[in-house]
Design a protein around this ligand. Structure first.
Ligand code: NAG
Ligand code: NAG
Length: 359
């Protein structure tokens, strides 16, 4: 009996990894080609860097943020998981740790991804540069990771190169440039969008030079439909199409910029994720997912003009029926978005996410 038991458990130990390996290849993507995820951009992807900036007013480091993340506020600007979290789950990666939360020692041990994203940041260095890690600053931190930290784990340069070229670089940036900077520096919609595109392209090239090859890029969401803005339209809840049109000027040209980079940089591959189209579409189709409030946020004080949930405010009880938590999508919206990006070529192009994973 003992022997049988041992034999069986021994066989199981041998077989289980094989069985689960097989099923994971067939049912979902295997993450064997994506060893790590490096995350850049703003509050949609942020998961804690802000909590280390020492600016108590500007973060999501208190409840009700995180109320559905085990009741733990982490800096995620939503009730639960972010889009980056759901991407990590699909790719079978751990949630990437926020860069500023890691000690020097921890930084030299991490090989499965880091988040540099920071709430409030934009594409331009001018955007919220005193209250967030700007995208140029995020890139500086990533450069340190590549030059100082990763070589401790990848002793041979070719191994480090391979690690970076197989990793996924996800970026969500631009909406805060429209929120904060557009009126300050560039009055013309056209010149502002072209400036943003030029800068964004330059940032992607910097990542490429550091070794990045696989990119997932969100376009800019429809800020004109965000609760804080929709609340002041007539009728209430309508989008500010003037603002949306400005953003669309940028969005219409983003895919072209990515194709251009692909044609110039050998090995550069990307997924363009239409976050804007998704959020606009959800205003009329969200009920299919049980979401009935498509503009009223869970934190009601956003409607009164606050940029964030007030500390310890009681949010709505039915968070899965709201498209927005504050001015940011709720967890359920994030989940639907990433699932659909993974499955549908309508949101994620040139192909769905699987294409990038297997490339
Ligand atoms: C921060 O942004 C302001 C404009 O908003 C600009 O004048 C200043 O040079 C920037 N500072 C840094 C350190 O980038
Ligand atoms: C809509 O947005 C534009 C551009 O940001 C702004 O100038 C305008 O005042 C907004 N309209 C309303 C009704 O809030």
């Amino acid at each position: 009996m003992n022997i049988n038991y041992l034999t069986i458990s021994f066989l199981l130990t041998l077989l289980l990894p094989l069985i689960s390996g097989l099923s994971s290849n067939h049912l979902k993507c295997s993450s064997k080609n994506i060893p790590a995820m490096y995350v850049f951009g703003d509050s949609l992807f942020e998961n804690g860097n802000s909590c280390h900036l020492g600016l108590p007013s500007n973060e999501a480091c208190f409840l009700p943020y995180g109320i559905d993340f085990g009741g733990k506020p982490t800096g995620r600007c939503t009730n639960g998981k972010t889009m980056a979290d759901y991407l990590a789950i699909l790719l079978r990666l751990p949630f990437p740790s926020p860069y500023l939360g890691l000690s020097k020692h921890q930084r030299s041990k991490i090989t499965r991804g880091i988040t540099y994203a920071s709430a409030g940041s934009g594409i331009l260095q001018e955007t919220n540069n005193e209250t967030s890690l700007t995208l140029p600053t995020q890139l500086k931190h990533f450069k340190r990771t590549v030059q100082n930290d990763l070589p401790k784990m990848f002793k041979e340069h070719v191994l480090l190169e391979r690690h970076l070229s197989e990793s996924l670089f996800v970026i969500n940036a631009g909406v805060n440039d429209y929120g904060q900077t557009i009126n300050k520096i560039f009055p013309s919609t056209r010149s502002f969008a072209l400036l943003l595109l030029k800068e964004f392209s330059r940032h992607l090239q910097e990542l490429y030079i550091l070794g990045a090859r696989k990119f997932l890029v969100n376009n800019i969401p429809p800020a004109g439909c965000f609760p804080s803005i929709a609340a002041h339209m007539t009728p209430k809840g309508n989008c500010n199409e003037t603002l949306n049109k400005k953003i669309n000027f940028y969005n219409k040209r983003l895919l072209g910029v990515l194709y251009q980079l692909q044609s110039q940089l050998p090995g550069f591959i990307f997924v363009h994720a239409d976050l804007n189209g998704f959020l606009v579409e959800m205003r009329t189709t969200a009920h299919k997912y049980g979401i009935f409030d498509t503009w009223k946020p869970c934190c009601h004080n956003i409607i009164d003009g606050d940029p964030r949930c007030r500390r310890d405010v009681i949010p709505c009880a039915d968070r899965n029926t709201h498209l927005y938590f504050d001015d940011h999508p709720s967890q359920i919206t994030n989940n639907i978005y990433v699932k659909r990006c993974f499955q549908e070529a309508t949101i994620c192009r040139p192909s769905d996410l699987k294409h990038l994973v297997y490339a």
